[in-house]
Structure formats: C-alpha cells, structure tokens
Design a protein around this ligand. Sequence first.
Ligand SMILES: *[C@@H]1O[C@H](CO)[C@@H](O)[C@H](O)[C@H]1NC(C)=O
Ligand SMILES: *[C@@H]1O[C@H](CO)[C@@H](O)[C@H](O)[C@H]1NC(C)=O
Ligand SMILES: *[C@@H]1O[C@H](CO)[C@@H](O)[C@H](O)[C@H]1NC(C)=O
Ligand SMILES: *[C@@H]1O[C@H](CO)[C@@H](O)[C@H](O)[C@H]1NC(C)=O
Length: 311
Amino acid sequence: MAVVLLGAALLIVQPQAVSSRPAVSSEGDAAAQPAQKEPFRKNDFRETICPNGTFQQLPQTVIIGVRKGGTRALLEMLSLHPDVAAAESEVHFFDWEEHFRNGLQWYTNQMPFSHPHQITVEKTPAYFTSPEVPERVYSMNRLIKLLLILRDPTERVLSDYTQVFFNHVQKHKSYPSIEELLVKDGELNVNYKAINRSLYYVHMQNWLKYFPLDHIHIVDGDKLIKDPFPEIVKVERFLQLTPQINASNFYFNKTKGFYCLRDSGRDRCLHESKGRAHPKVDPVLLEKLHRYFHEPNQRFFELVGRMFDWH
Ligand SMILES: *[C@@H]1O[C@H](CO)[C@@H](O)[C@H](O)[C@H]1NC(C)=O
Ligand SMILES: *[C@@H]1O[C@H](CO)[C@@H](O)[C@H](O)[C@H]1NC(C)=O
Ligand SMILES: *[C@@H]1O[C@H](CO)[C@@H](O)[C@H](O)[C@H]1NC(C)=O
Ligand SMILES: *[C@@H]1O[C@H](CO)[C@@H](O)[C@H](O)[C@H]1NC(C)=O
C-alpha cells in the first residue's frame, strides 16, 4: 500500500461533553491523562462494539487544513502513535452538503474501528477555507482539538497549482500555465482561488469566532518537512498523548530528499505526487506574490500571536 506524506494542516479540538464510558486506562502519565483525555470523548450514539473490542467514534481531533500544507504527512506521523486511529481518506463531512446532511451517525460510520483508549482523527484540508465549517464543527463538539498545518503562502499557491495541473495531465486534459492564472491585466489575479486559500488570516478569523486559540494547534509545515520530530512532539503534547513517537521513527531518504517513517520495521515514504517540483515562475512574478502576502501574513501573525518564517 502506498502511503502518502507531506501535506497541509492539522486541526484538533477538545470536546467538553462527557462520555458514559469509563475513564481511559493507560500506562504512564496516569495522573494527568485519563481525566484530561476524557473530555475529548463525545459520542451521542450507542456505538456497536465489535467482538474484538473496537468501535467507531467521532473524531476527538480533526486536521482542518490547509490544502497543500502537509496534512497527509501530519496524519501519517500522528498515526505512529499507538493511541491514535486515523481515518484513511478525506471524509469531507462538514464541507460537502451531500455528506453533511447525512448527519453525525453517518460521520461516525466513516471512522476507523478503534479501541476505547485511542483517539480518532480525520483530515480534510478543505475545512480550513470553507466558511460554513467552523460553526458545524463547533455544534458537534465545542471542545474538540483542532490541528492546522501551514506553510509559506507563496509555496502553497505553487503547490496548489502543481497538484491541479498534474490532475489534468493525468486525465489528458489541458490546463493553463501558472502565469495565466496568476496574472490578469498585468496585475496579480487575486480572484485566483489558490491565492485566496493562502490568505490564512481570512480563514483563521472564521475559526476564531467559534474556538479559542488554544484549541487550535498550528503545525509549522515547513519545519515538519525539514525536521519532523520536534514538530510532532508538540502535537503529541497538544493532544495529551503519552510521549511515544521518537526520533528513530524518522529517517531521511537522500534519494527522495525527505523523511520517511519507520514503524515497527514497516517503512513508509511519501507518495510520489508529494514533494513534486513546482513550476518555474518568473522571479518578478514570484516577488509580486511575496509582496502581496506580506501584509496578510502580518495580520495572521497578530491574530495567532506567533510568527512564521515565511517570505
Ligand atoms: C475489529 O473488528 C472490526 C469489525 O469487524 C474490523 O473492521 C477491525 O479491523 C478489527 N480490528 C482489530 C484490531 O482486529
Ligand atoms: C476569500 O475567500 C473567503 C472565504 O471563501 C471569502 O469570504 C473572501 O471574500 C475571499 N477574499 C477574496 C479577496 O477573494
Ligand atoms: C522508538 O519507538 C519504537 C516504537 O515505535 C520503539 O520500538 C523503540 O524502542 C523506541 N526507541 C527509543 C530510543 O525509545
Ligand atoms: C529511498 O527513496 C528511493 C527513491 O524513491 C527508493 O527507491 C528507496 O527504496 C528509498 N529507500 C529507503 C530506505 O526508504
């Protein structure tokens, strides 16, 4: 099975609703953990418990985005933790009406079978930039822990373009050059959706209407790719997981130029489509993009009280 790494953003929130299930028992960290972990759990449905002791539960944490920020990498790395059960595919529950109208029982049914001591995570990068999603997530669980993984907004635009471009190539369809999309009448085409998706403060404001900042952990996607371990430790801490992921779970593949994961002898590397080379962009245009994002980036830094090493 090909496993993909490198993605976008991860979002986790902590529900407050109380579960009827007994407190989690876990080795280590016994004092802090069960009590604090319990609030993650919220399930209004009588889940069917399988003979093997597993069941499907609503996610206690969601990776909300951003598209092309490293969401797949984050999900895969988090899956190294034995107490994490991850949904394999993007569920698109909160952003696609035809899914959302199926209700939470349907959503639960999309989740992996997990043990009671595990937390469930799903990732759908489009959540971050969909204005209707924050309220819907809040209605499900206002204490959910959200994970958001971001990278340099200009790099994200190029990566966004590259993905759509290759999707078209695969289907033998044509697609405009990046210049055609980025420029209109000699100016930057700010109506290009990929540019809007990189206006992080715009989307973050929508989330902060519903969730306090400390329910949203922002993963630095540029750092996660260059040196995953320190970033993933922060995620473990945010999710109140016992520290289990260690540096030897990661090794650098020189041929590929990025990290792969090692998990009980099982190696997983990024899918070939990840880390694909970006198109060569005219330096003048690149400079325009950098300048365009400068102010929105500052607004984002103010909003979250944290700086990122972006252009
Ligand atoms: C437990 O049972 C479910 C449903 O039959 C199955 O999908 C799942 O893979 C099983 N899990 C384990 C850990 O055996
Ligand atoms: C960007 O997208 C958001 C959310 O969809 C929208 O509200 C906003 O008007 C857009 N901004 C621009 C500059 O297009
Ligand atoms: C790192 O974690 C793996 C399990 O994923 C374990 O087998 C190994 O002993 C750990 N290494 C260290 C140095 O703790
Ligand atoms: C490193 O990447 C190359 C190129 O994709 C691959 O053929 C090789 O198996 C990888 N090596 C390891 C140790 O993962």
